[in-house]
Design a protein around this ligand. Structure first.
Ligand code: ADP
Length: 847
């Protein structure tokens, strides 16, 4: 990977580690030193303390021995007596040899340098071995007190002009032992040289040491006086003094009463560790000390070694770190160098691309003046290099596009980049549409604009062509009389033309949010889905179907739909094109045709049945007429038989006539030839006559025929075609008698809502509900077999219906199979005043 860092990375972690480790090792070293030092000081202090104790006990012992000597001398009665006599006799020369030999024996003790016999007056009366006949100054000062002594004392160390060496005296008071007088009669002053025992006792050290030393001091006014000889300052006994207030001075500390170990300085100012003790029974203080430098020599040597090791360690670590960093730096610069090489290669490559790029590339300054351009630019603008460089961009813009330049450059300056289209002009004046991608660049702190311009002449042309073609398509789409819609893959409508919208009753906006399925009749959706899958799978090129669609007003229309796929460049389904033609009218016509066909077939079937019936119905009475007419001529026919035959012939003729009438009536109705003859009648009278006729005709006792007139006679006068009305009622009553074995037949009328409602009810076989409508159709009979049994042509009810409607009413039936039938029909109730005009003629409409 190419590094983009300007400087090598500092190994912060290692540096921090280095600092931590270095600081830790220094701290550890220091702590070790401190602990070792404390340990050493403690050990040395113990040693010094022990030595000081030893010294003090030895000095005390030495003093005790000396004072013991004084006691021994004082208790040596012959010797005391001898001295007394010598001092109190006038002629004592004889005693003198004894005295001297006694004094000599006293001095035989080690360290006793000289002895003087002093009388009560302070005169030196005898001496050994020196010839000093005078008391020392120190003793003289003390003399009166000495005469009061009861036991021997030791004076302090001193020297004077006469006795140059340092000494001290053991003063023994001489008291006469056998006399009651205990007064001191003389003194023995034994001069002791400390150099012989005391000083060596003080100065000797039990273990070898270069700076170890013990010494004696005493307080002298505000000063300290050094009593014993000093190791590092010769001849300073009783000579050297130091101020008592020197704080760090160990001797001063001792005199100030400190009896322990401490560190401080000695008389030479050297740092020492010292143990200080007072010598009991004397004004002396003992200081045992050693130079700190000696105590810490080994430790310091050790520490020096440790310091060297730490320094070496730190140096080594630092060196390693340095090498590592150096290595890292070297690697960084090597990589940087390699990257730079790569960059150079890239730059060259980039320069090459710029030079030979297919797009025009400009570099302009802030004022939009061209300062660099590639070869493609010179070629495109048909200008020489020296011509184009230095030219303002506005000069190569088409006149119409110049004014936008300022706005575009401002946006570029603000945003740092801009993409726009404009038109440039070549030297020969031809225009060149361009797509420009510009960017603000900074080179060595100066801002420039770099523009990459692509010639889009061809694209523009293609766009124009596409636009035109799209416009054409849009027009075709929009203005097509066929309903067309474009949907997405999910069948959601994207666009729909006005024919489409009109067909379904929606506005285009309403359709845009829905799919084709939402207005397809549910019965067809599943079938559509299957076919769509086949279409997408390219099993079928287009999908054609005839579906029902639900309009916005919920009315259902029929549509002939054609669905095709619009695919994108990758051959993926992008849109569906749906074309629907409204075929509702055609479908209606088809249905009507089918219905008509069915009806025609039915009618054909009925007519066949009718012909069957008619031939049967005609043939039956005809046979009767012919047969019985022939019998009339038989000679052996009786009169009674002839009457009977004539009656049969008459009835058959009537039956035939009735059939022919029916056929003629229906033929008239069908051809619109029925004429109404409206006149005034009394309804009650007509109905009563009809009742009589049927009651007369109905021979069976099992059936009763009953009339119910709804109006009183005076109000029962109406205007109507009485023949047709009677024919209607006759037909209905006829049927009732035909299909009723027993029970009753009621007929009559009632006035209801301005209409006369007639009824004919029976208790006969009834009519199944599915035939209630059909019985009014021509030639229909509920069951041909049964009807044939009862006779009839299937025309009666259709004639009734046609006549009733012609008279301005309607007919209906209610019936229960096996229980009976109730036929009802209405006629307008017209008052005779109104209908007194001449009879009207009305023709039936064609059925
Ligand atoms: P038809 O001459 O066969 O009686 P109509 O048109 O008068 O012809 O009657 C058609 C059919 O209606 C009859 O064939 C019969 O099946 C049924 N029908 C009519 N009136 C009655 C009735 N009162 N009771 C039962 N069936 C009836």
């Amino acid at each position: 990977m190419i590094s983009h860092r300007q400087n090598p990375a500092t190994p912060w972690l290692l540096n921090v580690l280095f600092i931590i480790i270095s600081a830790s090792s220094i701290l550890l070293g220091y702590l070790y030193y401190k602990s070792q030092k404390a340990r050493l000081v403690k050990a040395k202090n113990l040693e010094l303390s022990a030595i000081a104790d030893l010294k003090v006990s030895q000095i005390v012992q030495w003093r005790t021995e000396r004072l013991g000597d004084a006691v021994l001398i004082g208790e040596n009665t012959p010797f005391i007596k001898l001295l007394y006599e010598y001092l109190h006799s006038d002629d004592n020369s004889g005693l003198r040899p004894d005295i001297r030999s006694s004094l000599k024996s006293v001095t035989r003790n080690t360290g006793y340098k000289n002895v003087q016999l002093i009388d009560q007056t302070g005169m030196v009366r005898e001496y050994f071995p020196d010839r000093d006949t005078l008391m020392g100054d120190d003793l003289r000062k003390m003399f009166p007190d000495l005469l009061k002594l009861e036991t021997g004392i030791l004076t302090d160390l001193h020297r004077n002009d006469k006795i140059k060496y340092i000494h001290l005296e053991l003063v023994v008071p001489l008291i006469n032992p056998w006399r009651k007088d205990t007064s001191v009669f003389g003194l023995l002053a034994i001069r002791i040289d400390p150099g012989e025992i005391l000083y060596p006792l003080v100065q000797t050290w039990p273990v070898p040491g270069k700076t170890t030393e013990s010494l004696l001091v005493r307080k002298e006014g505000n000063e300290i006086l050094y009593l014993s000889g000093l190791r590092f300052r010769k001849n300073s006994e009783l000579e050297l003094t130091k101020s008592l207030s020197e704080e760090k001075l160990t001797e001063a500390m001792a005199v100030r009463g400190l009896e322990e170990t401490a560190d401080g300085v000695d008389y030479n100012g050297a740092s020492v560790l010292a143990a200080m003790k007072k010598v009991p029974g004397s004004p002396w203080y003992l200081v045992a000390k050693v130079h700190q430098s000696e105590v810490f020599t080994t430790l310091n040597d050790q520490m020096a070694m440790i310091v060297i090791i730490i320094i070496l360690f730190i140096l080594t670590f630092g060196l390693l770190l340095g090498i590592l960093e150096w290595n890292e730096n070297a690697r960084f610069y090597r990589e940087k160098y390699e990257t730079e090489l790569d960059h150079q290669a890239l730059r060259k490559h980039f320069d090459y691309i710029l030079k030979y790029a297919n797009d025009i590339i400009f570099l302009t300054d802030r004022n939009m003046v061209i300062i660099e351009a590639n070869d493609r630019a010179f070629e495109a603008y048909q200008r020489e290099r020296n011509e184009l460089i230095g030219m303002s961009l506005s000069k190569i813009r088409a006149p119409g596009a110049v004014k936008e330049l300022e706005h575009e450059s401002r946006i570029l300056d603000e945003k740092g980049y801009a993409t726009y289209e404009t038109v440039h002009i070549r030297k020969d004046g031809t225009l060149m549409p361009l797509e420009i991608s510009a960017r603000k660049v900074e080179i060595e702190g100066i801002k420039y604009f770099q523009s990459i311009c692509r010639d889009i002449t061809e694209r523009k042309f293609a766009e124009e062509t596409l636009k035109e073609s799209e416009e054409r398509f849009r027009k075709i789409f929009e203005e097509s009389p066929i309903s067309i819609a474009m949907t997405g893959k999910d069948l959601a409508i994207i666009r729909a033309n006005s024919a489409f919208c009109k067909m379904l009753g929606y506005r285009e906006e309403e359709l845009k949010s829905v799919t084709i399925r939402s207005f397809t009749h549910p019965d067809y959706i599943a079938g559509d889905d299957v076919s769509l899958l086949r279409l997408v799978a390219e099993e079928i090129p287009v999908y054609h179907t005839e579906n029902q669609y639900i309009r916005k007003d919920q009315s259902v229309i029929w549509g002939s739909a054609t669905l095709s796929i619009i695919r994108n460049n990758n051959d993926e389904v992008q849109y569906f094109l749906v074309m629907i033609e409204d075929i509702s009218l055609r479908k209606k016509a088809e249905y009507e045709l089918i219905a008509a066909k069915v009806k025609a077939e039915e009618s054909d079937r009925l007519k066949t049945a009718f012909l069957h019936n008619v031939s049967h119905e005609i043939r039956t009475p005809m046979n009767a007429i012919i047969g019985f007419s022939a019998l009339l001529n038989e000679p052996d026919t009786t009169e009674e038989e002839r009457h009977q035959f004539i009656d049969i012939i008459f009835q058959s003729g009537n039956q035939l006539l009735s059939i022919i009438n029916d056929i003629v009536d229906i033929a008239n109705i069908e051809s619109g030839q029925v004429k109404l003859k409206i006149k005034e009648i009394n309804l009650n009278a007509s109905l009563r006559s009809l009742n009589e006729q049927f009651s007369y005709k109905e021979k069976s006792d099992l059936i009763s025929i009953n009339l119910d007139t709804g109006l009183p006679d005076e109000r029962a006068t109406i205007t109507t075609d009485s023949t047709k009305l009677i024919q209607i009622l006759s037909n209905l009553i006829n049927n009732a008698t035909k299909f009723t074995k027993e029970g009753r037949i009621d007929f009559g009328y009632a006035l209801k809502d301005g209409f006369l409602e007639f009824f004919v009810t029976d208790t006969g076989i009834g009519i199944p509900p599915e035939h209630h409508e059909k019985i009014f159709e021509r030639f229909f009979q509920v069951d041909n077999v049964i009807s044939r049994k009862f006779g009839g042509t299937g025309l009666g009810l259709s004639i009734c219906k046609a006549y009733i409607e012609l008279l301005g009413g309607r007919i209906w039936v209610s019936s229960n199979t096996g229980k009976g039938t109730d036929f009802r029909f209405t006629l307008p109730y017209s008052h005779p005043e109104k209908s007194k005009e001449k009879p009207v003629e009305k023709r039936t409409p064609l059925l």
